[in-house]
Design a protein around this ligand. Structure first.
Ligand SMILES: [Zn+2]
Length: 241
């Protein structure tokens, strides 16, 4: 509604310099899903926003909703700036790909608490010096699977997505949206048992406990979730590593 104040927590997915001193923000919020906002004067040396309107910052925001498409940032307080994530190349890369995936997959103004919480958990994990392998491909592919699930596009993993057969599941079809049996494998690519097991376990485990898998299985799992999202959500994700 125009002329109202919106309070929400949000993660900065993208921050773009705009005009002389402003920033345009792509935000993923806890209560309103995707938000586009403008922070006026954010690039002035003495801006009240300081340096906290950068990607990955998790913020408590007050926004003004006027008539335009963009909301205006009135105030921003840091919930978490993830400083250790920012100091690590691999963690920065993984965080950027995660934000990009959210940007592409979750573009509506509908709240999606599971997706929001998942993003915050991943950023916290990438910031945690004791979380070994957090920036690795296992966790990155697990994140994608869980994000697909949160967005309503989880691949079918329990039975053939074409005919319901429960055995001889040897392929994956993005068009069918899941694993397929030997009889239905037209249009599919081969999915190893290990890749299949990885996907089942990754969806069932906390993000911090992503299962191990060999690089080939991870590549297949990444392809499976990627092709599912291409066919059913019509989005293409960047490579996970
Ligand atoms: Zn089948």
């Amino acid at each position: 509604m125009p002329g109202t104040t919106v309070k929400t927590e949000a993660v900065v997915l993208r921050s773009i310099r705009y005009g002389e001193a402003d920033r345009i923000l792509h935000l993923y919020s806890r209560t309103r899903g995707r938000i586009g906002a403008i922070a006026k004067g954010a690039r002035k040396p003495k801006s009240r926003f300081g340096g906290r309107l950068e990607p990955f910052f998790r913020l408590d925001l007050v926004l003004h909703e006027g008539r335009g498409e963009l909301l205006t940032v009135t105030s921003a307080a840091t919930v978490d700036g993830y400083p250790r994530l920012r100091a690590s190349g691999p963690a920065l890369g993984a965080g950027a790909r995660a934000c990009d995936a959210v940007l592409r997959l979750l573009d509506s103004a509908e709240p999606n608490p599971p997706a929001y919480n998942l993003l915050c958990r991943y950023l916290a994990l990438l910031d945690d010096p004791t979380a070994e392998g957090a920036a690795g491909l296992e966790t990155a592919v697990s994140f994608r699977l869980k994000l697909a699930l949160a967005a309503g596009f989880a691949p079918e993993l329990a039975a053939c997505a074409e005919c319901g057969e429960g055995e001889h599941l040897s392929g994956f079809s993005g068009a069918a949206g899941g694993v397929v049996c030997a009889a239905c494998e037209a249009g599919s690519f081969p999915l190893s048992e290990e890749a299949h097991r990885f996907m089942v376990e990754a969806i069932g485990s906390p993000l911090a406990e992503a299962p191990a898998a060999d690089p080939r299985a991870l590549q297949q799992a990444e392809r499976a979730v990627g092709e599912t999202l291409e066919h059913h959500a019509h989005v293409q994700l960047r490579a996970a590593a």
